[in-house]
Design a protein around this ligand. Structure first.
Ligand code: MF3
Ligand code: CO
Ligand code: CO
Length: 247
């Protein structure tokens, strides 16, 4: 069942989405060579607390972190810890907060003194893949139009889409129906309706699409060790363009 949000519920989604975005941007500002991912996680917890929000990730299926910080070949679900950021890295931050009973979920990939044009392009294409997905999230369209738009953007650029992890409906829970793959033919799945709230989140690899999970049970890495980027927004389907709740 896909829950339609209106009125006070949609307003509460704007609030939780807004805080998720502010935490994301505040933590992104702290990213620099020498900083550990654990320090970024600690800072995220502080900023969440200052906004009266709590992490939607901590304890989720036993996840031990406040946010996810995934560096270079790490795709998603990197646990904040001792890894130290270096010049030339790309750092994906994924932030989920719960506020007023609703969840906001957003991710960005930050370049740290990157000079490799292929890495810059990976990050740029992944951002554009998310934008294309949001552009396809229109009332009366179908869910897989979003998937298809994301895939086209990545594949046309010669990059690979991760298939094991997907976007999702979002609301009172972080992960609600439907699942939203980042690939697939257009014109399939449920018809989109105003008030549906979705988390769209392409994960794009420079090399092959294959991923594996590290022995920590969480960190997803590319099998070939080449870099991966991740962007995510929580959006509300509207009449006309979708509203980005995590801008
Ligand atoms: N925020 C991730 C997503 O975008 C999920 C993180 S799972 C967790 O859907 F366990 F790390 F929280
Ligand atoms: Co997320
Ligand atoms: Co998500």
């Amino acid at each position: 069942m896909i829950v339609i949000k209106r009125g006070a519920d949609l307003e509460a989604m704007r609030e939780s989405g807004g805080v998720a975005a502010r935490v994301r941007d505040a933590v992104a500002e702290r990213i620099a060579p020498g900083v550990t991912t654990g320090e970024l996680g600690d800072y995220a917890a502080e900023v969440m607390r200052a906004h009266g929000a709590e992490s939607a990730f901590l304890g989720y299926r036993g996840y031990p972190g406040q946010i996810c910080v995934s560096v270079n070949e790490e795709v998603v679900h990197g646990i904040p810890g001792r890894r130290r950021i270096r010049m030339g890295d790309i750092v994906s931050l994924d932030v989920g907060v719960r506020l007023g009973g609703f969840v906001g979920d957003t991710a960005t990939t930050v370049m740290v003194g990157v000079s490799d044009p292929d890495v810059m392009r990976l990050v740029d294409v992944t951002r554009r893949a998310l934008e294309a997905g949001i552009g396809a999230a229109r009332a009366r369209g179908r869910l897989s139009d979003v998937s298809h738009a994301v895939e086209r953007t990545a594949v046309d650029a010669g990059l690979s889409v991760v298939r094991e992890f997907v976007g999702h409906g979002i609301g009172r829970s972080m992960h609600e129906d439907p699942q939203i793959p980042n690939f697939g033919p257009p014109g399939r799945g449920p018809r989109l309706k105003p008030g549906m709230t979705l988390a769209l989140e392409p994960m794009v690899n420079m090399g092959g699409a294959e991923v594996e999970i590290q022995p920590d049970g969480w960190t997803v890495v590319t099998r070939d060790g080449r870099p991966s980027a991740h962007f995510e927004h929580t959006v509300a389907v509207c009449d006309g363009d979708a509203e980005i709740l995590t801008q």
